[in-house]
Design a protein around this ligand. Sequence first.
Ligand code: PLP
Length: 379
Amino acid sequence: RIIRADRLNGLELSEIVRISEKAAYLRKQGKDVVALSTGEPDFPTPDFVIDAAMVAARSGATRYTPTAGTIELRSAVAAEHGRQPGEVVISSGAKQVLSNAIFATVNPGDEVVIPAPFWTSYADMVRIAGGVPVIVKCGVEQGFKLRPEQLQSTLTERSKWLLLNSPSNPTGAIYSAKEFSGLAEVLRGHPAIGVISDEIYAHLSYKQFTSFLAAAPDLADRTLIVSGVSKAWAMTGWRIGWGVGPTNLIKAIIDVQGQSTSGTCSISQAAALAALEGDRTLLTKRCDIYCKRRDHVVAKLNAIPGITCTVPDGAFYVFPTCPFDDGEFCAQLLEDVGVAVVPGRAFGMPGHFRLSFAYSDANLDAGISRMARFFEGYQ
Ligand code: PLP
């Protein structure tokens, strides 16, 4: 009998996955389920990207690529971020960039500061690496964003990373240049701490987006920018993400990657290259559609007595307040009226739930109307 390693203690299946599985199970039982739980665009991958992948597969791009990614894609990503190809690594999604980076740098006992609410995987990645996630509560009253004084009082000698995410999953909050500058000022007094800035939703912004490095270029030698094609280009299944950072950090990530996946899919890399080099009008059009859905969803949720929903600035999630036990409420909502949303506790912030608006208007309307009726009976 194989026994799980101690380092997996406390690790559980992500609540998002659990809810999606439950929704799929209920659907199989014949129940009419409206899932508003997944962070995945409902749009298809653009045709020109699929065409590029077909051409690549037919013309021999079917072999191992360099571990760090093809030079063509690394160069395109470097150009996108105003950097050199040697400062770029391509991995199997932004998620693998994050886990590689943490695995490559976090020693047992090292602390990683994570403002809550946070994307569910961050804390568990740190735990698997033997590190300690230090969760800092950043509630709705502060726009779900970390304040400089909070950062200052959280840093210790063991602090290794500050993990930022803008636009945020689950809140859609975007840090302004001024807000990033305030955090950078604190970091300047702590030269040993680095910043991982997860900017996977950068192209899904409904107000001015600022990269952390645009606000603090002097911190480039200790900052890793994480991004990719999954969300904006609707390419979640292709598994392409990238990290941009100082060469010594990129080298460490490549070393880890070399002993795990040997690099990511050759055909997907060709597709991602086409995405980056292609016309972006489709992205703008889709962003406009998300923005309209956002306004519609926020208005509908705020019309439910007891729910307060702030307007997200980016990504495709809303994170309204939930006046009940959020875990029980979400479980009951799914069970009774077949609507799947994710409780705030999965993101380190109970008292909320996350609803994804990467769904059709019809699904959003049906889901929120059912929720409104359910809410009335629940009180
Ligand atoms: N970072 C955040 C904040 C996300 O929400 C997600 C996906 O949900 C990822 C990273 C992972 O992206 P990818 O699918 O490229 O691995």
